[in-house]
Design a binder for this molecule. Structure first.
Ligand SMILES: [Fe+2]
Length: 299
């Protein structure tokens, strides 16, 4: 009995000490990153891992992948069925979302875009349950490149969480945060309507063939169209280097980290982009009242 009370006391003391440590840690580390998010909405990082060499190759493989699926509707259906099966599997819980796989909105007025949401677990699921996809070079090439591209960015998400004093947000049985890699192609007919918040912990804008089209604004209580501006880049997009932007999404509001709304404006040209999303494992988002976002369509 005495032992039990002693153990309980030790647990309480340990928890208390850990909380004090975390508070001290977060107040020391929180200021720079949290303050940058608050003031400008993003942090720019110089990416020396991937530049235009990698991304141009990714987009050309994406074009081949799109063309293959658009001309092989049976295969596209099978990929869709595979995604539906995947989101009923237990690995889906790790990502806390149903956004996976291929979304062809090329013919949907206003949207006019095609995107693919890649995750390692979806890739493994396809390899295991749909080996016939391995026979199709357009599919294997694109998925392998997605695997390579998303690989280094778990560390950036871990570091950002640590700097904010939120090291536990990615805790799971896996040793890396759940990452979704989105590759998107906007067609010339794409039209921008409203900015949006990302349903993520963090989003990392890895690359775009047109950085001028991305506008964002730091979070505040109300927004006007004029609040949205194009971030000035310190680093350039080159063969083996890139400028990447880290922003918070909507899954950190319980820690008073508010999301950065953003919009891709229309340019009348084809635009490709790649974004890495950090999700929260086994997470049920709370209902949040976020500031409404303005309409960009001039009537
Ligand atoms: Fe977004």
């Amino acid at each position: 009995m005495k032992n039990k009370s002693y153990n309980k006391l030790m647990i309480v003391l340990r928890t208390l000490l850990l909380s004090i440590f975390l508070i001290v840690e977060s107040s020391a580390c929180n200021i720079p990153l949290a303050e940058q998010f608050r003031q400008i909405g993003y942090v720019e990082i110089c990416n020396e891992k991937h530049g235009t060499e990698t991304f141009d190759c990714l987009y050309s493989c994406f074009d081949e992948f799109i063309h293959f699926l658009q001309t092989n509707p049976v295969c596209e259906q099978k990929l869709y069925a595979a995604k539906e099966r995947f989101i009923r599997s237990s690995d889906r819980q790790y990502y806390s979302t149903n956004f996976f796989g291929f979304y062809d909105e090329s013919k949907r007025a206003g949207r006019n875009q095609v995107s693919f949401y890649y995750s390692i677990h979806l890739h493994e699921f396809l390899n295991f349950h749909y080996p016939e996809f391995n026979e199709i070079p357009e599919i294997t090439r694109f998925l392998s490149l997605c695997y390579e591209v998303q690989q280094p960015y778990g560390n950036i998400f871990d570091q950002a969480a640590n700097e904010l004093g939120l090291e536990t947000i990615f805790t799971s049985n896996y040793d890396h945060p759940p990452i979704l890699l989105k590759v998107v192609k906007y067609l010339p007919s794409y039209k921008a309507t409203h900015p949006h918040y990302d349903g993520t912990a963090f989003s990392l804008f890895l690359d775009s063939t047109d950085n001028q089209s991305l506008l964002l604004a730091p979070y505040k209580s109300s927004f006007k169209v004029e609040d949205f501006t194009c971030p000035v880049r310190t680093f350039s997009r080159r063969y083996n280097q890139n400028s990447i932007l880290l922003i918070p999404g909507i899954l950190l509001t319980e820690f008073a980290i508010y999301p950065t709304p953003h919009i891709v404006t229309q340019s009348g040209n084809t635009r490709y982009a790649t974004i890495a999303f950090a999700m929260r494992p086994h997470f049920v988002p709370q209902k949040n009242e976020l500031s409404p976002l303005p309409n960009f369509i001039i009537e």
